[in-house]
Design a protein around this ligand. Sequence first.
Ligand SMILES: [Ca+2]
Ligand SMILES: [Ca+2]
Ligand SMILES: [Ca+2]
Length: 253
Amino acid sequence: MGKGIGAALIVLVSGIAGAWPAAVARAGTCGTFSADSGDNTIILGEKTSYFYYQGQIYYYGLGELAICWLDTNELHQQSFFPNCDTGTPSSDHIYVSALGGADVVWPNTEGHICKVGYPSSYMLAFDEDVFDFYLQADMGTGSDKAYGTEHGDVLLSNKYGTFGNLLPADSAVDDLCGYGGNDTLYGDHDDTDTYEETLHGGDGTDTCNGGFDGSYYDWANYPGCNSISSAYQYGGDYGDCADDRDHNNAWWF
Ligand SMILES: [Ca+2]
Ligand SMILES: [Ca+2]
Ligand SMILES: [Ca+2]
C-alpha cells in the first residue's frame, strides 16, 4: 500500500470489463508511448478517479490505460491513453518505445501512486480481465528488460533497423519475458557470447527468434519458447521471470 494512503483505503476495480464487443479488426495501435534516451522504468496500469467518503478516499478504475514512468532524471511522469481502453480489441496493442538506456517495462500487478500528484496519480494494476489489448515493446539500445502481459505480446530487444525491418545489434544483454499468452520475442543481432539475449516464453505457445534473420544466436528457454529460430535452447527452467514481474512492484517505494 502506498505511502500517504490510509489503512482503510478501498480500491474499486472497474466493473465494466467484458461489456464491449470482441475484436473485429486487424491489429492496430491504440496508443504510442516513447520514453527518453536515458534509463527508464515504464509501468502500465489503469487510470483511476476517486472520491472521499466519511474522511476516507476511494479509488475506482476508469477503464483506460495509464503509464507511469521514470525519466532519465529519475522524475516520475504519467501519461494516459484514452484509445487503449476496455473497448479496445485483443488484436490491438499499446506500442512502447523505450529508446536508448537501460530500460524496464512491465504491466503493474498492484495499484500504486505514480508520485506526480497525490491522490490523482493513483494507478490500478494492469488487469487483463479489464484490458484485452497486448503490449508491443521496442526496447531500443542498452541492456533492457521487458515483461509481457498475460496476452500475446511482441517484445523486441532493440528497435527495428532501417533495412529489412531487422533488429540491429546493440552490444547489450537484454531479457525478454513473455509471461502468459502466445508471445513473440525477438533478439537483436548481437552475435557474441558477451551480448546474448535471454528469451523467456513463459506460459502459452510462444515464438522466440534469436536474431530475426537466421544468422545470429540468443538463449531461448525451452519449453518456454515453443518455436525457436536462431537461438540456442535451454533445456531446463532458466529462471522464473514471471516472479520478477510481480516483485518489480517494490520500486515505487
Ligand atoms: Ca530509454
Ligand atoms: Ca536493448
Ligand atoms: Ca507466453
